[in-house]
Design a protein around this ligand. Structure first.
Ligand SMILES: C[S@@+](CC[C@H](N)C(=O)[O-])C[C@H]1O[C@@H](n2cnc3c(N)ncnc32)[C@H](O)[C@@H]1O
Length: 154
């Protein structure tokens, strides 16, 4: 069992490459919702995730609905600057799904409404826009791993 990271219509290849690397080192599954703002052959994507891309279980979907349908029992947590609750307020379980929005616009309102009770914010000062997508994914997955006892130490 592992955690799932879902990127809804990611636009910047370096961010997805960076997150693929996080998935590789944590054993998380990466789910990409099309359209993607880059080709999966993109040199920046490969440079950021490079040797790691081939270690990751990457799955592609044509819509968020298709992704949801693949996890009928899944617990979805939506990462958004608009959430009222901090990610540290939740007790995560193996198999949980973390959903992230696109770099320019974040998650669409219909997804935020559907998961209003499990939207999570990573605390920030109020006069700044947001964290980088890759950093926010790493923060959430490592908190979930910490809570579930992943030592990662050899
Ligand atoms: C660059 S941000 C998008 C910013 C967008 N303008 C917005 O307001 O949502 C890309 C994604 O990173 C995640 N993110 C960034 N900062 C976050 C924060 N402080 N708390 C939770 N998620 C965050 C969200 O999933 C967001 O959709």
């Amino acid at each position: 069992m592992s955690f799932h990271i879902c990127l809804v219509e990611p636009e910047i290849p370096n961010n997805t490459g960076n997150i693929a690397r996080t998935c590789a080192v944590t054993g998380s599954v990466l789910h990409l919702i099309r359209p993607l703002g880059f080709s999966t052959d993109d040199k920046y994507l490969k440079r950021s995730g490079m040797d790691y891309w081939y270690h990751v279980d990457v799955r592609y979907y044509d819509s968020f609905d298709e992704f949801q349908a693949a996890f009928p029992e899944g617990r979805f947590f939506c990462a958004t600057t608009k959430a009222k609750r901090s990610y540290t307020d939740f007790q995560f379980r193996e198999g949980d799904i973390f959903v992230f929005g696109k770099e320019t616009e974040g998650l669409p309102p219909e997804i935020l409404e559907a998961y209003a009770k499990t939207c999570v914010r990573i605390p920030m000062k109020s006069d700044v826009r947001s964290l980088n997508l890759g950093n926010s994914a790493a923060i959430l997955v490592y908190e979930a791993l910490r809570q579930t006892g992943f030592s990662g130490l050899v």
